[in-house]
Design a protein around this ligand. Structure first.
Ligand SMILES: Nc1nc2c(c(=O)[nH]1)N[C@H]1C(S)=C(S)[C@@H](COP(=O)(O)O)O[C@H]1N2
Ligand SMILES: [Mo]
Length: 325
């Protein structure tokens, strides 16, 4: 199933002429500029006028055309709202805290391990992963289990491309995402959680083209609070499945542990597909508060699979989604 095009990893990296044209240094400068700008604008929720693009505009246009089936045409959430209202518990449990605290996260150098049921374990530099495939820009609905939602243009490429590169063995049935744990970089790490944060998917879910390996949003690098330098985005699932600041991809034959499922299995299922008919034990999931350009969030109905049923419902054929929520 997980066949990869011929050629060694090295030759793939060498032959990838189609990479973003900027060098790593340019990327880092853009990122610094972006952070300085957002810091200067403060937490005031205004649209950032001049967010530098990390991409060649022609390339972005081509990528957008190619990925139009992965793009929703709904009012986008302004970048500063997406960058200041976050869940990233390692940097504080209040939604305003990650934007204030995550500057202590050091995102370069950053290595990513590929381990478990793979042909050969790998240790990769994040910039190698970034350059492995051309960047796409996809505008996805983003639905938190807490019943708020946003619409965000993410920059990345299909997770399936990266998984093929990892060469999982036929016995691999799941992939687990393990994220950074470093108390020095996370001085306010809250107690009572079994860190590191971890999440997981069945391999066929991870291979669905909608699953995005993500490095940026709004045409620039992810701010730390949004999961720099590498995260996943799974728009048909509640937001907590989309692990931030990943340091390890572990391939397994058994369903991996996930942090939230372990804390409260009745509240946070392993699958956690967005489902308006399955309420969280403490609140309804029928509606959501959409955060976009308005002064206040507005209430809209929640869609099955967050509106992506035509692309992912088949993954769950025959499963009772009330039990496997
Ligand atoms: N490492 C890590 N990843 C995480 C979380 C977290 O606390 N730690 N929170 C999750 C939750 S609950 C949500 S809703 C999304 C939020 O992503 P955003 O801040 O980019 O909107 O990140 C997810 N990934
Ligand atoms: Mo969330």
């Amino acid at each position: 199933m997980l066949l990869r095009k011929s050629g060694s990893f090295k030759s793939i990296i060498r032959s990838s002429e189609i990479t973003p044209q900027q060098t790593v240094k340019d990327f880092q400068q853009d990122r610094r500029r972006f952070l300085t700008q957002t810091a200067a604008l403060g937490a005031g929720l205004v649209a950032a006028a001049h967010v530098p693009s990390i991409f060649d505009p022609a390339q972005v246009e081509a990528a957008q055309a190619a990925s139009s089936r992965y793009t929703v045409n709904e009012t986008q959430t302004p970048i500063l709202k997406a960058a200041t209202y976050n869940n990233f518990y390692e940097f504080g449990t209040d939604k305003s805290e990650p934007a204030r605290n995550a500057h202590t996260l050091k995102t370069r150098p950053w290595t990513v391990q590929v381990d478990g049921l793979v042909k050969k374990p790998l240790t990769l530099d994040v910039d190698t992963i970034i350059k492995y495939r051309p960047m796409e820009n996809r505008v996805y609905r983003h639905r938190c289990v807490e019943a708020w939602s946003m619409v965000i243009p993410w920059d990345g490429y299909s997770l399936s491309e990266f998984i093929n590169l990892c060469e999982p063995l036929p016995s691999a049935k799941y992939v687990q995402f393990i994220t950074l744990l470093d108390k020095k970089q996370m001085p306010d790490l809250p107690g009572g959680y079994d860190w590191p944060y971890s999440e997981g998917l069945r391999l066929d879910e991870a291979m669905n083209p909608l699953a995005l390996l993500t490095f940026g949003f709004y045409g620039t690098f992810l701010p730390n609070q949004n999961g720099a330098p590498i995260r996943v985005v799974l728009p048909w699932k509640y937001g907590f499945k989309s692990a931030k600041s990943i340091v390890k991809f572990q391939f397994t034959d058994k369903q991996p542990r996930t942090l939230w499922n372990e804390i409260a299995p009745r509240e946070y299922g392993f699958y956690s597909n967005v489902n308006p008919t399955v309420d969280h034990p403490r609140w309804s999931q029928a509606k959501e508060r959409r955060i976009d350009t308005g002064a206040f969030p507005h209430s809209i109905p929640t869609l099955p699979f967050n509106g992506y049923a035509d692309q992912v419902a088949g993954l769950y054929a025959g499963m009772d989604l009330k039990k496997n929520f």
